[in-house]
Design a protein around this ligand. Structure first.
Ligand SMILES: Cc1cc2nc3c(=O)[nH]c(=O)nc-3n(C[C@H](O)[C@H](O)[C@H](O)COP(=O)(O)OP(=O)(O)OC[C@H]3O[C@@H](n4cnc5c(N)ncnc54)[C@H](O)[C@@H]3O)c2cc1C
Length: 537
């Protein structure tokens, strides 16, 4: 299969829009903003009544606002923040400074914003690990730097002999060679090992390894001992806030304010955004797109159509199978989603009091990680492996109202609990009763460390992978629009030969997290796709 020739998307008179972007998730919005910034007439069509996809803020209970799905930010590309002037459109990120892991023996492990404080804390657990920690931090910093240029690269097709792809492969090879043998070796390990094995090479403290390994399981249907999780760990290191690696933060007003800021920038450049406008089908004539058909029956013409949806929806739902070359639909059908994450959002009458650090304190302004041991996290996966939600799940907990008081009424709080594992393919399927049982398991597990939590709950919202799929359209509830596994990354995302945002249909492009470099509130897919489109539009 050869991608369509570049330079063939010139303006066509009669179409009101140069480009239609399907889906107002943050990637679709970034894409629209870049296209509009370049002077193109752009229309975004979003199915829901609000933009943002998995990055939305909603007042779920009166007075209590939640980042319903995605809850912390760090991966958003700095060039996008700059190019779209997002702070001018309301983006304000507040730092999240610590991670504290309560332990079963009543102790805890704290990782604080202050480097010396963290080192002292680690020393308390293991002088050897305290010594290794700085070196590990330096390695991950270098690794993130090694991978960073790849995030901004249009993936070349290694099987193609076109000058453009050959040049891309040369650039890629040169970059790899430039790393030198030590860094290349470390990168190779990160790309292939399990998070547990990788961390074993560095540390001896179980609770430290368990907490660090958790970054490697997020959004995957893998346990910390599964090969491939070390890469996901690195993926989560790639974030950059104000140039500081590995800094996570809250968007003031919730993650919806990130999407609103991008939408504001897109509108500022002249893009039109329509909500409650679900696209039913992409029109194709003679091998090229001519526009879209909405669920309402309305048809809108455009020279270029860009899908911000995941690969299954982009190809298997919006197109007819006959529009795709032989074998392509099968390749997309094999793309793995396997959602494994759930979310519990709580409205609280009082703050949780953790046995390890009772009462209010700096730790409640950061993340609380329920990952007391590697065995605990791996066993949580064992449940999911056999089709059950974790009885004792891994949880990443934040209390946004501690940092952004506007999220809850005075004196009250909102708590966000990100949970692994909740398999999409639950034995017997998800029902209302199973959803509540899952919510109960989460609260019971948390109550082991924060005994007052049950009495503090005013309201709770429990979200399963089936709910994620139903509400946001993320297939099988996979938070990254498809697993971040080696066989689905870079020039394989979503499938070989079609990783450069183009599709077998002329004029039809893809820009969601299901393309390189993958999920998280990063915006990179939206931007790279826009650059590719603008090369020809
Ligand atoms: C529970 C959860 C927690 C997460 N936590 C974090 C986190 O803390 N930090 C982080 O960086 N990332 C997190 N993520 C991942 C991150 O939010 C996603 O990877 C990212 O938001 C995906 O963005 P996107 O624009 O690629 O796609 P989406 O957000 O999936 O956007 C697709 C859009 O298309 C719309 N749509 C679907 N079908 C149609 C149609 N037919 N017509 C028109 N519109 C349609 C959808 O409504 C949606 O708005 C989390 C995700 C989830 C689900």
């Amino acid at each position: 299969m050869t991608p369509p020739a570049r330079g063939s998307e010139g303006p066509r008179s009669g179409d009101r829009y140069d480009a239609i972007v399907i889906g107002g998730g943050h990637n679709g919005l970034v894409n629209a903003a870049y296209l509009a910034r370049a002077g193109r007439r752009v229309l975004v069509l979003e199915a829901r009544d609000r933009v943002g996809g998995a990055a939305v803020t909603e007042e779920v209970f009166p007075g209590f606002k939640f980042s319903v799905f995605s809850y912390v930010v760090s991966l958003l590309r700095p060039e996008i923040i700059r190019d779209l002037e997002l702070p001018r459109h309301g983006l304000h990120v507040l730092p999240l400074e610590s991670t504290v892991t309560p332990m079963f023996n009543g102790d805890y492990l704290g990782q604080w914003g202050d480097h010396d404080q963290s080192r002292r804390e680690l020393y308390r657990h293991s002088p050897r690990d305290a010594d290794a920690y700085d070196e590990y931090g330096r390695l991950m910093y270098h690794m993130a730097h090694a991978v960073k240029p790849i995030l901004a690269m249009l993936p070349p097709d290694p099987a193609s002999l076109s000058p453009r792809d050959l040049l891309g492969m040369l650039r890629f090879g040169k970059h790899m060679r430039g790393l030198g043998s030590v860094k290349f070796n470390a990168l190779h390990k990160l790309m292939t090992m399990s998070a547990a094995d990788f961390l074993d090479e560095w540390f001896e403290t179980d609770v430290l390894k368990a907490t660090k390994s958790a970054s490697g399981i997020i959004g995957t249907f893998l346990g910390p001992r599964s090969p491939g999780t070390a890469y996901v760990l690195l993926h989560h290191y790639m974030g950059e806030l104000d140039g500081v690696f590995r800094a996570w933060g809250f968007a003031k007003g919730g993650t919806g304010s990130i999407s609103e800021a991008i939408a504001g920038a897109a509108r500022g450049f002249g893009a039109e955004i329509r909500t409650s406008a679900r696209v039913a089908r992409v029109r194709v004539k003679g091998g090229r797109t001519t526009g879209v058909v909405l669920e309402s029956g309305d048809e809108i013409g455009a020279r270029v159509v860009v899908s911000g949806l995941d690969p299954r929806r982009t190809f298997l739902q919006l197109l007819e199978r006959q529009d795709l070359p032989e074998g392509f639909a099968d390749a997309i059908g094999r793309f793995k989603f396997r959602g494994s994450s759930g979310k519990v959002n709580l409205a609280l009458s009082e703050l949780p009091s953790f046995t390890c650090l009772p009462g209010n304190g700096a730790h409640l302004r950061g993340a609380m990680s329920i990952s007391p041991s590697m065995g605990y996290v791996e066993r949580a996966y064992d449940d999911a492996k056999y089709g059950e939600f974790s009885r004792r799940p891994y949880m990443d907990i934040v209390i946004p109202s501690m940092i952004d008081p506007g999220m809850a009424p005075p004196g009250k709080h909102v708590m966000s609990i990100f949970v692994q594992y909740a398999p999409y393919a639950l034995n017997g399927g998800w029902t209302d009763a199973k959803r509540e049982a899952f919510g109960d398991a989460v609260i019971d597990a948390l109550a082991q460390f924060a005994p007052n939590i049950k009495r503090a709950i005013l309201h709770r919202q429990v979200i399963t992978p089936a709910d994620i799929e139903r509400i946001t359209g993320l297939t099988e509830g996979n938070i990254f629009q498809g697993e971040l596994a080696l066989h689905q990354l870079f020039f394989f995302r979503p499938t070989h030969a079609w990783a450069r945002y183009r599709t077998p249909v002329n004029g039809y492009f893809q820009c969601g997290s299901g393309t390189h470099p993958g999920g998280g509130i990063m915006g990179a897919s939206g931007r790279l796709a826009a650059l590719e489109i603008l090369g020809g539009l």
